[in-house]
Design a protein around this ligand. Structure first.
Ligand code: C2E
Ligand code: MG
Ligand code: MG
Length: 668
């Protein structure tokens, strides 16, 4: 459905209603009961004044698009004292004046006049049937109150249904739930306001000056309603940006789906994540971060329709709901492009120009899913895909589902695993060839999955890196392996432990402090810890990596370049890194005895390390022949299945106790 068809439906409803209402008004004025006003009666003018005031100062009920007006009390009072013609005429005039002052279109003003007329006339009928003919001098007493309240109920229900249907149609909301919600929300307040009408008329007969006393409780009702509206607004909106929050967003989504299902239309949901928000927040501070978040909403709203919803889901994540879109995905993609374009324009905060941008994922009802939860999940998956491919927008595609849903589920499981201690460490010894002794172990993390058995780090480390879990994971590995070093110390095994660091950890400026805290906490000397870093990781952002590495270095922690030969390290960096060791990648070591070019590479790396004053460590040593070849080339340390597989502590400790000082005979 398009905007014009929503409008068409609205007009198909409002046009005949307006015509009918205006006709009823004309007939009433021409032929209805004679107005009973005496122009000199100050009571009439005071009441009419309150009606106009009430229409002009309605309580906006945010989130409901509903309004409450104290004019109800006085229209009902006018009806009781001067008859239906007077009451309807005053209501029509006051509503028209208020709408024109508020610059609402005339069309809307006339519709409001009509719906009031069509609601008050039946209420007037109820009064004359149940209470009797209105009469200016009437003092109402208890037996008449039920009839008056019944008239108020008739007015309120008709008014709610007629007016709220128009609002629901204009916003593409399902009509019935919308009207029901409105009746529930305004029912009590309107009832209280209506209940005051007989009191107002009676008091005005005694002394007009007492009427303001009755307005006081009305002010209290007014205030309470405003407060209730405010509280409800707070519960459904984001405190920082004022945008709709997740709860209300999901609520609107389910309403949109109800309407779309009935009409055979489409709904689109978009989730977007700002691309450089964390960086901005970290470098410029929260104040700027908050300002930026506040500016996003208005930008998005500027290119959307009034019936669309922009929500902040949390952090730097926003969502957009298009309750009625064309079933062709291109239409939604066009909107997504508009949204991304407005976000690409630089934000200027306190004179600082920031380029932000976003990644956006789209899912659509009914093509991609039939319920709120799945639609949100699919939009999320699409958003992650967009992020993974460097930003922009991405439509949800079912083909990727398996892979991504699986990954999302696994990320959740991994989070639990870290908390529930399902991760363990295996250790693989490193043997010094010249001394023939175990000088260290490499800690290799394992995930003991409750149903899938042991999951390889190759599977979950990349996942951890992309979901922010790498930090708790690294912390766990560091703490656990330092504890183990101390435990081995107690057994007289003085060995070093090597821990692998991933790219994300290395870019974390807080890492050196954390390492220092952990070393101090476990009481382990910095020189007993070696950190293995892959060269590609360093090359991704050498300057930043260098800062972190230099601080670690200054603390006395040893550094080894892992998987050397597979990346593209510049030799210049190698020197500036102040690493202690180079680990030759196992892909060269494993085939060096069969493949002469691998042997050349291994020999060159060993020579390079020696010339730079670094240790060389060969990993993936699977047989004796390789070990001897490495020894002949002058390699410092070896690691591999031939010596020992990575093992749990329970197996490795006895092995270490037996082999610690004589694993490999020293060169004669
Ligand atoms: P890596 O640091 O290069 O670790 C050496 C890998 O080679 C280990 O695989 C080890 O089991 C395997 N290996 C050792 N000797 C031999 C051998 O003789 N032959 C063969 N074919 N393989 C051998 P693993 O444990 O599956 O770990 C894979 C990678 O996962 C590691 O490569 C490392 O990059 C990463 N990793 C493991 N634990 C951690 C961790 O705690 N943190 C981080 N960030 N990464 C980790
Ligand atoms: Mg390693
Ligand atoms: Mg390696």
């Amino acid at each position: 459905m398009s905007r014009s068809s929503a409008n068409q439906r609205l007009y198909r409803y409002t046009t005949p209603l307006t015509v009918a209402g205006l006709a009823a008004l004309a007939i009433l004025l021409a032929t209805g009961p004679r107005p009973l006003i005496d122009p000199g009666d100050p009571v009439f003018w005071v009441f009419a004044g309150f009606v106009v005031f009430g229409e002009m100062r309605p309580i906006k009920v945010a989130g409901h698009a509903g309004e409450l007006a104290i004019s109800t009390t006085f229209i009902l009072a006018l009806l009781l004292m001067y008859g239906i013609t007077t009451a309807v005429a005053v209501q029509a005039l006051a509503s028209l004046i208020a709408d024109l002052v508020a610059r609402k279109p005339l069309r809307r003003g006339l519709f409001n006049v009509s719906q009031y007329t069509l609601s008050w006339i039946p209420a007037g009928l109820v009064i004359s049937l149940a209470v009797g003919k209105p009469f200016p001098g009437t003092v109402y007493s208890a037996p008449q109150i039920p009839g008056i309240l019944l008239a108020a109920v008739v007015f309120f229900i008709l008014n709610s249904v007629l007016a709220r249907t128009a609002v629901a149609l204009s916003q593409s909301l399902p009509v019935l739930p919308h009207v029901r919600k409105d009746v529930l929300f305004r029912g009590w307040t309107t009832g209280m306001l209506a209940g005051l009408a007989p009191a107002v008329t009676t008091v005005s007969r005694i002394d007009l000056a007492l009427v303001p006393l009755i307005v006081l409780p009305m002010a209290a009702i007014h205030r309470a309603a405003r407060e209730a509206a405010r509280n409800e607004h707070l519960a459904q909106h984001d405190g920082l940006t004022g945008l709709v929050n997740r709860a209300l967003f999901l609520d609107r989504m389910s309403q949109a789906i109800v309407v779309a299902r009935r009409k055979g239309e489409s709904v689109a949901v978009m989730i977007m994540d700002l691309d450089r928000f964390k960086e901005i927040n970290d470098t410029l501070g929260h104040h700027h971060g908050d300002t930026l978040l506040r500016e996003v909403g208005p930008r998005l709203q500027a290119v959307l329709r009034e019936s669309d919803t922009v929500a902040r889901l949390g952090g730097d994540e926003f969502a957009v709901l298009l309750p009625s879109v064309s079933s062709h995905p291109e239409a939604t993609v066009a909107v997504a492009e508009k949204l991304l374009t407005v976000l690409q324009e630089p934000f200027v905060l306190d004179g600082v120009t920031l380029d932000v941008g976003a990644s956006l994922g789209i899912s659509r009802y009914p093509d991609d899913a039939g319920d709120v939860e799945t639609l949100m999940q699919h939009a999320d998956i699409a958003m992650y895909r967009a992020k993974g491919s460097g930003g922009g927008h991405e439509l949800y595609v079912a083909d990727h589902d398996h892979y991504t849903v699986g990954r999302l589920a696994m990320a959740t499981e991994l989070r639990h695993a870290i908390a529930a201690d399902e991760l363990t460490l295996h250790y693989q010894p490193k043997v010094d060839l010249s001394r023939g002794a175990v000088v260290g172990v490499e800690a290799l993390v394992r995930w003991q999955h409750p149903t899938r058995g042991i999951v390889s780090p190759a599977e979950f480390i990349p996942l951890a890196e992309h979901t922010g879990l790498i930090r708790p994971l690294t912390t766990y590995v560091l703490r656990e392996s330092l504890r183990q070093v101390r435990a081995w110390d107690a057994l007289g095994l003085e060995i070093r432990v090597a821990v692998n660091l991933s790219a994300r950890s290395l870019m974390d400026r807080l890492l050196p402090e954390e390492v220092a805290d952990l070393l101090a906490g476990e009481g382990v000397d910095a020189a007993r810890l070696e950190l293995e870093i892959t060269e590609s990781v360093i090359m991704a952002d050498p300057a930043r990596a260098m800062t972190v590495l230099h601080r670690l270095n200054a603390m006395g922690v040893r550094l080894a370049i892992d998987d050397f030969g597979t990346g593209y390290s510049s030799l210049a960096y190698l020197k500036r890194l102040r690493a202690h060791a180079i680990k030759i990648d196992r892909s060269f070591v494993m085939h060096m005895t069969a493949d002469p070019s691998d042997a050349v590479i291994v020999r060159s790396i060993i020579d390079l390390a020696r010339n730079l004053g670094l240790n060389s460590i060969a990993e993936g040593v699977e047989d004796e022949q390789t070990l001897q070849a490495l020894r002949a080339m002058g390699c410092d340390q070896v690691q591999g299945y031939h010596l020992s597989r990575p093992q749990p502590v329970g197996d490795l400790t006895p092995w270490l106790l037996g082999h610690a000082w004589d694993a490999v005979p020293a060169v004669a």
